[in-house]
Every structure is written in structure tokens, then in C-alpha cells.
Write a protein that binds this ligand. Structure first.
Ligand code: NAD
Ligand code: ZN
Ligand code: ZN
Length: 354
């Protein structure tokens, strides 16, 4: 089968012919319906050097996947071939306290995991291929009625990551609160929708691209702004001088982090989700009084079930630009050049139907 692979650090993806994997005991082979192209893959291709991460190429890209159960390994129960499923992307040991809480992102026995601190598309072969080998049935969530794999795939990261971040700040997102979303790409456009669907907070969205600001509006943002020197001032003007109770930074560069701190309200949350590599100096007078600065990473299985349910109820919809496997490099180029609306999704053409 064809697979879009990263074969070395600081190199572009390649399309290679690889064998279709055979599921061993406890494993499941999924026929890929769709695999999203995440900006993190661009960081993998361009920003990381050997030894930054506990794993290394070669592996097939695609950590945002959904499809249909194809073949069950020995001993797997509760799934049927042909059943549509979303894939939980972080694959831990499954037995430590964090894994038992569903937080396989933070597995504390990484040596017992299929790959330390990673998953499919992050150290192990991912979903940008016709088939994806999933090491345990617990990583699969059956899709609710009315949701197909192409709609579901972006929700497993671009939906789940903002959902987890927003949930973490739930207590600060009351009806009188303002949330600020910086970066309205794959994650941000779903972040705006999740805020609208799960809170009564007002939403201010910020993006450098006009098309992304238009997308933010259509996703329900109450106010859209462009970045610039007066951004924090505009946020304060729109919030009776207070600032945003929760700032979700889906870029994470020096300038967006500075804007996050300048725009946040006292006792607010500044949540760094984007990994553009910026730094926010935190000091007593450097951030608003009692503001919390936090990072978040992906989300857990239970939250994915909730995200899929929101989508099945038409409260959440990923905007997609579809590419074939052969065109995956172009998907990443367009993502890098900022011409993708919503999420770039790779659909292996000959596996569109189960
Ligand atoms: P994307 O490219 O789809 O979206 C980024 C958006 O930010 C674009 O719309 C772009 O125009 C906008 N932008 C860029 N610089 C800006 C600036 N200075 N001011 C305002 N807007 C700006 O990317 P994505 O796939 O949504 O990922 C966003 C970030 O989140 C990436 O850094 C990615 O690696 C990271 N990420 C983190 C996690 C996590 O768990 N923490 C998970 C997935 C992705
Ligand atoms: Zn990602
Ligand atoms: Zn574990």
C-alpha cells in the first residue's frame, strides 16, 4: 500500500510502498477513511532535530485518524469488521495510573508503551496510508450514528485538543466571561465552535489571515480581530477594560504569547496550545495578577467520545479541504503557506468506501 512517510528529521514527506500490516493478538487493522494534516507535522518536518523527541523516523505520518475496522487480531472483542471508528492517537502502556485515567498522553511507564510518548503518526506508523495498525482495541471509539470517518478524523486532534483545553478552564468560562482564541486554523476554528456549543462565554477570535477571520465569524465568534500592536487594547475595549478570562493561544510564538498575557484578565487563564516555540516570561508583574499560565496536550478518550457526540448532534463541524494520498505533500505545502480553510484532510482514494 502507499504511505506518506517521514524518513528523516528536517526533511519533506515521501510517498513509499509499504506492506499492509497484519494485526497480531489484541491489535486491530483499520481501513483508513481519512487522516488530518496537523501543523505539528510541519514542526516535525522542519523544526525538530534528532534527540528532541524520544522516537525518530522513519514512520508513516498522520496522527488524526478515522476509518473502518478491517481485521481483528486474535482475542479482540466488541468490534465488527466494517464498523466506523475514530482512533485515539496517544498510545500508552494501558496499565499505569495515567493510562487508567484515559490520559495515555501522559503514560508513566513509557517503556511498556508501543513507543515512548507517541502513537500512530508520532514515532509509529500513522494513518496517511490505506491501512493503519492500531495496537489495542481500547484506542478505537465507534462513531455515533450520522458521523462518517471523513468528518470524524479532524475531531480526533483538531477537535479534541481545544476541547480538552476548554474543559480545563471550565470554571472560568461562565456566562459573563470572554474567551479569546488566537489562530483560527485547524484547531482554532473548532475551538471557537466548542466554546459556543459548551459555554455561554463571548468569543473573540484573532488571526493574521482574513480568510481565517471570516471562518471564525462563520463558526460563531462574536468579534474577530487581526494581530497588531493595539490587539490587547482592542480586547480590553471590548470587555469593559477587563481583558479575556481565558486566552487560548493556538500559535504559541513570542508575539502571540505576549499578546495573550497583555489581553488576559486578572485571575484568568493563559493556555499555550500552539508549539511555534515562543517564550512567555512569567514574573510577578509580567502577567496579570493571579493569572494561570498553562500548556495543554491533546485530550483523552472520554473527551473524544464527547466531541464526536457534539458533532453527531450538529453542534460541531470541521471545515475540510480534501486531498488524495498522492497529493499529501501539497496538503502540507498549503498548510505551511496558510491557504487551507479549516483542516487539510487526506482521504486514501481507493478506501473511500468500506
Ligand atoms: P494551522 O496552521 O491550521 O492554524 C494556525 C493558524 O494560526 C492559522 O490560521 C494562521 O493564520 C494563524 N496564525 C499564525 N501566526 C499567527 C499570529 N502571529 N497571529 C495570529 N494568527 C496567527 O495549525 P493547527 O494545525 O491548528 O495547529 C496550531 C498549533 O497547535 C500548531 O503549533 C500545532 O503544532 C499545535 N498543536 C498542538 C497540540 C497540543 O496538543 N498542544 C495539538 C495539535 C496541534
Ligand atoms: Zn496534531
Ligand atoms: Zn501508561
Amino acid at each position: 500500500m502507499k504511505a506518506v512517510q517521514l524518513t528523516g528529521w528536517e526533511s519533506p514527506p515521501e510517498i513509499n510502498d509499504v506492506p499492509v500490516p497484519e494485526p497480531g493478538p489484541g491489535e486491530v487493522l483499520v481501513q483508513v477513511g481519512a487522516a488530518g494534516a496537523c501543523h505539528s507535522d510541519l514542526h516535525l518536518m522542519h523544526d525538530f532535530e534528532a534527540d528532541t523527541l524520544p522516537w525518530s523516523p522513519p514512520f508513516t505520518l498522520g496522527h488524526e485518524n478515522a476509518g473502518w475496522v478491517h481485521t481483528l487480531g486474535e482475542g479482540v472483542r466488541g468490534l465488527e469488521p466494517g464498523q466506523p471508528v475514530a482512533v485515539v492517537g496517544a498510545w500508552g502502556c494501558g496499565t499505569c495510573v495515567r493510562c487508567l485515567d484515559g490520559l495515555e498522553t501522559y503514560c508513566e511507564q513509557p517503556d511498556l508503551a508501543p513507543v515512548p510518548g507517541g502513537g500512530g503518526g508520532l514515532g509509529l506508523d500513522g494513518g496517511m496510508a490505506e491501512y493503519l495498525l492500531v495496537p489495542a482495541a481500547r484506542h478505537l471509539v465507534p462513531l455515533p450514528e450520522g458521523l462518517d470517518p471523513v468528518d470524524a478524523a479532524p475531531l480526533t486532534d483538531a477537535g479534541l485538543t481545544p476541547y480538552h483545553a476548554i474543559r480545563r478552564s471550565n470554571a472560568k468560562l461562565g456566562p459573563d466571561a470572554t474567551a479569546m482564541v488566537i489562530g483560527v486554523g485547524g484547531l482554532g476554528h473548532l475551538g471557537v465552535q466548542i466554546l459556543k456549543a459548551t459555554t455561554a462565554a463571548r468569543v473573540i477570535a484573532v488571526d493574521a489571515r482574513e480568510s481565517a477571520r471570516d471562518l471564525a465569524k462563520s463558526c460563531g465568534a462574536d468579534l474577530v480581530l487581526a494581530p497588531g500592536d493595539d490587539l490587547a487594547e482592542q480586547v480590553r475595549e471590548a470587555t469593559e477594560g477587563h481583558g479575556a478570562d481565558v486566552v487560548l493561544d493556538f500559535v504559541g510564538s513570542d508575539d502571540t504569547l505576549a499578546a495573550s498575557a497583555a489581553s488576559a484578565r486578572q485571575i484568568g487563564d493563559i493556555t499555550i496550545v500552539g508549539i511555534a516555540g515562543g517564550t512567555l516570561p512569567v514574573s510577578f508583574f509580567g502577567v496579570p495578577y493571579e493569572a494561570s499560565v498553562q500548556t495543554t496536550y491533546w485530550g483523552n478518550r472520554r473527551e473524544l467520545v464527547e466531541v464526536l457526540d457534539l458533532a453527531a448532534r450538529n453542534l460541531l463541524h470541521a471545515e475540510k479541504t480534501i486531498f488524495t494520498l498522492d497529493d499529501a505533500s501539497r496538503a502540507y505545502d498549503e498548510l505551511a503557506h496558510g491557504t487551507v480553510r479549516g483542516r487539510a484532510v487526506v482521504v486514501p482514494h481507493d478506501s473511500f468506501q468500506p
